[in-house]
Ligand binder design. Sequence first.
Ligand code: NAI
Ligand code: MG
Length: 500
Amino acid sequence: MTSAARAGGAAQNADVRRYQMYIDGQFIDAAGGETFEVFDPSTEGVIATCPAGGAEDVDHAVRAAQRAFYDDGWRGVSAQDRGRILFRLAERIRARRSEFAELETLNSGKPIVESEYDMDDAATCYEYYGGLATKINGEVLPVPADAIALALREPVGVAGQIIPWNYPLLMAAWKIAPALAAGCTAVIKPAEQTPLSLLELAREFEAAGLPPGVVNVVTGDGPGAGAPLVAHRGVRKIAFTGSAEVGKLIMRSAADQLKRVSLELGGKSPNIFFSDADFENAVDGALFGTFVNQGEVCSAGSRVLVQRDIYRKFIDAAAAKARTIRLGPGLDRDTRMGPLVSAEQRDRVAGYLRIGRSEAKLAAGGGVPAQFDKGWYVEPTIFYDVDNSATIAQEEIFGPVMSVIPFTDEADAIRIANATPYGLAAAVWTRDIFKAFRVVKALEAGIVWVNHMQPTFVEAPWGGYKASGFGRELGHWGVEEYLETKQVFINLDEKPIGWY
Ligand code: NAI
Ligand code: MG
């Protein structure tokens, strides 16, 4: 966080937009008046300032969300009306698609075409949960007594939501949409690197019909704004996407109040290539699986497992193609890979490149490209002869770095694939359907692709096994995270007890 004074200086530049956060239906500054700077990763220039929210702002937002939920009647808003609000949010995103996509790219660095897909996916997510809002029903249970037993589904209350910087508006949709469908109110904290698209969407909340306090956006960093949100007694459930390190902190903090938590913590996902796979598609699949969104993807297929009989040919083909990937500013339509989101992330990835050089052999990339004098770029990098126990094969790098690992047969591939603490995603490439399904069943991962890697749709569940977290987002699973289940027993026997 920079001081208010420094941000004030930057704000004199006409191009630096001054954003406010959104609490209780108002755009406001932080209670302490502090701000932080937001950057364009392709120029390293400051593009905006945002309020550096703290515990006081979080408390303000949570109280607003509680009031909206308990006193102002959000609980009484019909599912149909909640659904209509979600549809209107989707409409607003679609109406401003290019503007939102440009802002997302400006702030995150990702290629504009990828941002445009993200905007479509975000709108679709609001639509999906707009439809689902009216399909959340309870059950009638066949109990033996002269009674009717019901299971009612009720919103948990105020949800605290903390999201990362790799898919800013889309990750916000994955959190906000199911919470509103369930009937919750929410306080959401975007990542400090990329708060702009969500703050821009907040301008549409009132027009979409969201009453004040139902969705509040608090900006600030993790310790300053995220931690007080997790610790707040008024928050009934925390949904988090980010690092395993912070996921553990959140779980510890939430344990004090036995608060519900769902965590999506990334991974070190295996992308497995058998020698009978379509070769061209396989090479493309390895590159796309690792390098899409600059590799800043929780499900990145960063461990590429290749069967020995195609190993050398595969590395050569992948390396040749990786060298042709066009790096540049995300707003340039020809760009296929943008800069990383921040200097911090670039440095973190550069640190892994150094480790990789000592642990494995380099087939492509391996450094910071020479052609840019500004921007947090990293070359698409391929290491090979990587041992699965190496640091670059075990730790999430979150940048364009592929580790290629050879395997001999199916059993070997499965053993290596599962030998990591994580279990978010995996992919298997083969033309043999028997082998494909055997491997699918053997992999410990929340998502397994066959002959593809990365696409996901709002209808299907998303989340991890093992250290990749727990809870599921998207689909009907996503809404479960925001619901309580209440048993109701209605006695129909006029003399029900007769025991004493
Ligand atoms: P991070 O986990 O620190 O940040 C993610 C979100 O958590 C941000 O909104 C941040 O402000 C918030 N946060 C940070 N500390 C917090 C705390 N003590 N209490 C509550 N909220 C807190 O991730 P960071 O530092 O940006 O990236 C580090 C690594 O994390 C990356 O290299 C990558 O490996 C992983 N990561 C994984 C993501 C995923 O999609 N699973 C997304 C972002 C990062
Ligand atoms: Mg962090």
